[in-house]
Structure formats: structure tokens, C-alpha cells
Design a binder for this molecule. Structure first.
Ligand SMILES: Nc1ncnc2c1ncn2[C@@H]1O[C@H](COP(=O)(O)OP(=O)(O)OP(=O)(O)O)[C@@H](O)[C@H]1O
Ligand SMILES: [Mg+2]
Length: 324
């Protein structure tokens, strides 16, 4: 459904300043996949989506979307895709139903078909009661649902969602996801989305692509990324005088690495926490070392990012800039 090779975008901001927003992204997305693109602010996510949706031209590299080249065949690409931009702005006094039907007409449906399609989407995205409201009067969550409906008007094979749930409360986020997943099943869509919510990428996407400084730095299932790049962590509360003994014992656990102490907390990374913890506790017990508390910390996608970059994704505020 998507195939890019060394896709690159450079912005010449001024004579002295060049922004390397995307630096050679090669990516393949199969039909039916749900892929989450994850990365800190300025990583190049939106720029990548804008190239794939033909809104901006790549500086170099190639991209085929739904079988068409984004540079040579942009109108064919557009017919196959839906795009819900980051903070979409249909912010005017149109009524919800008219806004949606109007979008259908833009995409080449005749008025009657556009109206029917709008009704169908209002129904399935639970916007029916709001059909006569003005777009500018909707709440953030209702508005985002309308944005998603706008992206679906022409029944695209492929839907791009740029931070669909940003700014929504947990209830509305859950609702929106519910709708997106239902739409996906109903229309057999391929979905590529960006998000800052790690838990969302973790639970919803089958595949996570991590982008940093315009590069893809990881691409796999969330589980595989967590297993290979972070690993489980055991955290034991032990008196500092016993740390040396615990360290010796922990060193023998399968996959033991990153042994560290912080105050009376001893930590070690292992291949599989739930099996390693009882082994370690058995050994400390035999040696007569008292353990005040013990826990297994299973990694999150943030741990994966930290492991890859040395920065936390929650805190990374990089702007991806580099001198020309
Ligand atoms: N039109 C533009 N002109 C100049 N620089 C741009 C332009 N669009 C994006 N950039 C720069 O390119 C880099 C990547 O931006 P992009 O919007 O792709 O990031 P992002 O990963 O979507 O970030 P966020 O998570 O904040 O949405 C940033 O440094 C940004 O300032
Ligand atoms: Mg963005």
C-alpha cells in the first residue's frame, strides 16, 4: 500500500538555515496494516505524511502510495487516500452535515451520493444528533470525530491520521479509537497514524515505527520492540551493605545486564522478569539476604525510545534542525 525509498525533505528556511526534516525514510506498509508512527516533536512525522499525501514534494527519494507515484501521479494518489491533518481546521459556520457532504462533492461524488455518504458517516461516528450544528460550535472531541468523518467521505483504501486523539480527554480518546477501529473493519482500510500517546501506539497498532531526527530508528511490533530493546527490569529494595551480594546473584540471571543501584534500590534488566524474579528471590533467601520489596517492571515504549536514543520520548523536545 505504501513503499518509500530514501524519502527526504529539506526546508530552506533562510540563506543560512536549512532544516533537514526527513532524512531518508524507507518504509513499506502492507494492505490492511495499522501502523503507528511515534516520535518526539519535530521528528519529521507530519512532514512524512504530507509527502505521502502529495501536499508537499519530496526533496529526494521516491514514494508510491496505493500503487501510484506521489510526484508523477498525485491526483491518482489523492483519490485513494484520506488525510486527517494535525489539528484540522474546518472552523467555520457551516453545518456539520453540509460540511461533510461538501467534502464528498470535492472528492467527486454527486450531490445525492455525497449526502447519503455523509448521513452514513454521521451515523457510524455518532454525530447524527449534531448534524444541524455549526462546525464552530462543536467540542474538541466532536470536532475530531468530524475530522475523521471528513477523511472517510470518499471511502479511501488508505487513511492517514496525524495525531487524531491529541487534546481529547481519556473518554473521548477511547471513543474515537473505538470509531477508528470499527471504520477500519467496516471499510477494510489501511491506517497510518501518528501519536504522542505511547499507550495508544502500544495497544492499538500492530506495528510501531519510531522516528527521530528524520530517521526511522525502529520498526516492529510493540512487543518485539520492548522485548529486544528494553527487556524487563527487576527492582529489589535491599540494604546497601547487601548490594554486592545481590549483584553477584543477579549476574547469573538469563540476559542479566544494566545492573545498577540507587539508594537502597537495586535494579537489573533480564530477558523475562516473571521467571527471573522468583529465581533471584530464592537465591537471596538461601544466602540470608533480607529483601524489603521486589517488583518486575515491564518496559513501555518510552523505555524503548530511551534505550534507542538516551532520551525520554516524554521529554524529548528536539526540533530536528541542523546547520546547512
Ligand atoms: N514548512 C516548513 N518550513 C520549514 N521548516 C519546517 C516546515 N515544516 C516542518 N518544518 C520543520 O521540520 C521539522 C519536522 O517537522 P514535523 O512537523 O514533520 O515534525 P513532527 O514529527 O510532526 O512534530 P510534532 O510531533 O510536533 O507534530 C521541524 O524541525 C519543523 O520545524
Ligand atoms: Mg506533527
Amino acid at each position: 500500500m505504501i513503499s518509500t525509498r530514501e524519502l527526504t525533505k529539506t526546508f530552506e528556511v533562510s540563506r543560512t538555515e536549512t532544516v533537514h526534516a526527513v532524512r531518508g525514510i524507507s518504509l513499506t506498509v502492507e494492505p490492511g496494516e495499522l501502523v503507528a508512527v511515534l516520535g518526539p516533536n519535530g521528528a519529521g512525522k507530519t512532514t512524512t505524511l504530507r509527502m505521502l499525501t502529495t501536499l508537499i514534494a519530496p526533496t529526494s527519494g521516491t514514494a508510491e502510495v496505493a500503487g501510484y507515484d506521489v510526484v508523477a501521479e498525485p491526483s491518482q494518489v489523492r483519490r485513494q487516500i484520506g488525510y486527517v491533518g494535525q489539528g484540522n481546521g474546518a472552523g467555520h459556520s457551516q453545518r456539520v452535515a453540509d460540511e461533510l457532504a461538501g467534502q464528498g462533492v470535492i472528492y467527486g461524488l454527486d450531490r445525492r451520493a455525497a449526502k447519503l455518504r455523509a448521513e452514513e458517516l454521521l451515523e457510524s461516528l455518532e454525530l447524527k444528533d449534531l448534524a444541524r450544528r455549526k462546525v464552530s460550535e462543536l467540542s474538541g472531541g466532536q470536532r475530531r470525530r468530524l475530522d475523521v468523518a471528513m477523511g472517510l467521505v470518499h471511502a479511501p483504501k488508505l487513511l492517514f491520521l496525524d495525531e487524531p486523539s491529541t487534546g481529547l480527554d481519556p473518554q473521548n480518546r477511547a471513543n474515537l479509537w473505538d470509531h477508528i477501529l470499527r471504520m477500519r473493519a467496516q471499510y477494510e482500510m489501511t491506517i497510518v497514524l501518528t501519536t504522542h500517546y505511547l499507550d495508544e501506539a502500544d495497544s492499538m497498532a500492530e506495528r510501531v515505527v519510531v522516528v527521530d531526527h528524520g530517521h526511522v530508528i525502529a520498526d516492529d511490533t510493540a512487543d518485539a520492540l520492548k522485548a529486544s530493546l528494553a527487556g524487563d527490569q527487576l527492582i529489589l529494595t535491599v540494604a546497601p551493605s547487601n548490594h554486592a551480594a545481590v549483584r553477584r546473584l543477579a549476574g547469573h540471571l538469563p540476559g542479566a545486564r544494566d545492573l545498577a543501584v540507587d539508594g537502597d534500590q537495586f535494579t537489573v534488566r533480564v530477558t523475562h522478569g516473571p521467571t527471573a524474579l522468583p529465581i533471584l528471590l530464592g537465591a537471596t533467601h538461601q544466602l540470608g539476604v533480607p529483601v524489603a520489596a521486589a517488583q518486575v517492571h515491564r518496559p513501555t515504549l518510552d523505555d524503548v525510545f530511551l534505550n534507542l536514543t538516551g532520551r525520554s520520548l516524554r521529554e524529548a523536545g528536539t526540533n530536528g534542525k541542523a546547520a546547512a
